[in-house]
Design a protein around this ligand. Sequence first.
Ligand code: ZN
Ligand code: ZN
Length: 312
Amino acid sequence: MSSLSRRSFVTGAVLAAAARPARGLARAAVTPRTRLIVLASGGGPRPRKERGSTAHAVIVDGVLYVVDCGNGVARQLATAGVPLTALRHVLVTHHHSDHNADYGNLLLLAWASGLRTPVDTWGPPPLAKMTRLFFEMNAVDIDIRIADEGRIPLAPLITVHELTGIGPVMQDERVKISATLVDHPPVIPAFAFRFDTPDRSIVFSGDTNRSDNLVRLARGADVLVHEALYVPAVDRLVARVPNAATLKKHIIDSHTSVEDVGRVAAAAGVKTLVISHLVPADDPAVTDRMWIDAARAHFAGEIVVARDGMEL
Ligand SMILES: [Zn+2]
Ligand SMILES: [Zn+2]
């Protein structure tokens, strides 16, 4: 059973959500073992005032799993009050910069914050090469801090696992993580991940167009965090850039309209849909109410529009 203990900055989205089952008093008083924090809820790599580029955190019994590393992920963790030294696993869904720009920085800055324990990283090739080159690029700083500050070497702490297929990713005493392939042309492979913990199941869509694989992975999950596209606003979005036609085609072909996100959530039978990785990420004309209404037409469960810093 999931126990949502939301500490949200965004009352609008919460008020607009469907009625959820009342929590028992006993459960409400207990801190859930599994916490989900939206670190950054925007799609696309362009830095913005609102909504950073995609990153989410799952924390189980105080142990930190990060899914995607958009720019600013380490800072977003600090802002959320999550110690970087709690980092244990990093998962990257695919190699677009709104998901991996700060992959290396997260490792470096966690280490600079005092990390002395192993971290496993998971994602598509060439994750091993990217990690090696990142350490090489930052060797001056890393070597100085080892010599000057007595830090232990960083590279031996990190174990990289390149993912190429679907199925189980890893399992430890707290969580079982599994993956499926989603459809995000032309990026191959692109993954969605499912976390099953003692008290919750949480699925991250990654970037995808409407995906039957994702429906299967998310079957019966407590929470589905799904990317979403508000199609009528795409023209306004691409009007700002010189490569408008190409960008619009990529966006439509490789992402999921919020209406289809509602259909996917319904087909998978999830309890709560969290709409995140919003595209557009910062169009004031697209309100939380509009995101919710578009998904609501196809999904009767709880719907939450993600905000940076929101905990569910
Ligand atoms: Zn993306
Ligand atoms: Zn992408």
